[in-house]
Design a protein around this ligand. Sequence first.
Ligand SMILES: [Zn+2]
Ligand SMILES: [Zn+2]
Length: 306
Amino acid sequence: MPQPHDAVPTGLSRRSVLAAAGLTAAGVAFQGSLGASNASAATTPAIFYSPHQDDEAIGMAGSILEHKAAGRPVYLVLVSKGENGGIAQNLNQTPCFLGDKCSAPNHYHELGWQETGTTPEVVSARTSEFTLSAKAIGVDKVINFKLSDSAYGTDSEYNTFVQQIMGKIRTLIQQYPGASHKFPAGWLDTIDPAQPTNATHKACSDAAYWLMKNGELTDVRFNHIYTYEAFSRDQRDRGADYVLNIPSSHMAKKRAAILAYNTWDPSRNLYTCGYHSVPTMLEEAYGDPREFVYMLPSKYRTGRGN
Ligand SMILES: [Zn+2]
Ligand SMILES: [Zn+2]
């Protein structure tokens, strides 16, 4: 596997410090995610924000485990309820678009789930998958913002959603002073780079942007979630400030988290919603033991669709 960064910890740029922090993470606990020798940083939590049920397994699990291994408490936030009529449609239909890859018995599922509005069965089943994933990763705390996802509504609804996320983050800033905060790289999160980014993911990074601009958030990183489907393997590290090479023991846990999204067990409210939503992304993330971490770009643009 190519080494994306020079291993020389010059300490002169944030980029090289990040690379150095990554290099020490495998064997030695690093203090704080910028390698700063701040004793308190080791015990303050690292808080990861997953826009939907599945993003944490796809693009954050390795980073969560990295911080846990460094002695940090790790908290996992589910930002939106994950309403999604498309998943209900897929699970209401037989034959399944996944064909033999579908893990429902005989690939049969005509669940009759609500396909519009609040999609309660989808929200409930996705959240069961998320809970199982969080357990597989071994997070110390799960926090569910339970925000209705209005990122795809009018511009005003999008802005309200960003404000709601900011309000919830502010509560955590108060509760956990000194915590570091990890968001999706929403400005990058699209499967097709010619198409607008995922609005829910973008709303999360916009919330982070405003809070950083206000000086309310300082220790912030962004994980590129959609890279696994948007780019071929050799292109996925393009532009990343830090590429995490996930150790195999951590990768086993990440894979278990991914599999939570492809487990059919109605007795546990598990219906493979994740795999009936983003099968390729889950497969690619399962096969790629890397995660891609960014700082906020200097030319960051807020708003949906960029
Ligand atoms: Zn998502
Ligand atoms: Zn199916």
